[in-house]
Design a protein around this ligand. Sequence first.
Ligand code: PEP
Length: 243
Amino acid sequence: MRPLIAGNWKMNGTIREAIALAESIGANAPRGEADPDLVVFPPFPHLHAVGSTLMGHGVAMGAQDCHAEPKGAHTGDVSAPMLRDIGCAYVLVGHSERRLNHHESDADVRDKAAAAIMAGVVPVICVGETMAQKAAGQSESVIQRQLQNSMPDRFSTARGVVAYEPDWAIGTGRTPSEEDITTIHALLRRLAPAGTRLLYGGSVKAGNAPVILALPNVDGVLVGGASLAAAEFLAIAAAASPA
Ligand code: PEP
């Protein structure tokens, strides 16, 4: 499976900085047949400018969230058809920062993923356990429940993506052991439809990417902090390219 290297820019940067970052990634992105697919997820206000900057560079763009309805009285929200219209190929749904800070349930995530598919946008469904759940030995049961309840119909035909992101590993510099990532990704492989790309996310850097990307059933990575520096993000992408 062709790897996918995804950069989640979160709520960072000015529009100038976003354009500069996109220019640098676009100009230096690997373009070989066997090189990974790249996608960046800028904040909503930067999508238009980043999309224009990346045009013709072979780097896809996604959004960090969408609403479950295609339109209507939802002040402050953004619909999946709007994302498609502005050039988004992907959308993150159920990132742990949305699940925790906005109390999004698995049902919310499933509805958003379904809306994305309806609009022709590939959903990246994020799942992951808390440290308390991990300490209680519940990682696998939590992730199984999250994924089964978050995947909508037609997830397989839409070539959906799943990202395993333990919330205690996000932005902390801590990562699960290789054995833990392998165990969870084997579970995801059993649960997700054939052909689903499975990403690992949580404190991925250029230094640890080669080891993580070599683990079985890891088809790419979702990168937060380290995706804000083009050189670091491209070094992670290089780790997914053939030697
Ligand atoms: C993320 O927010 O999706 C993420 C993986 O963040 P970081 O790489 O900074 O841990």
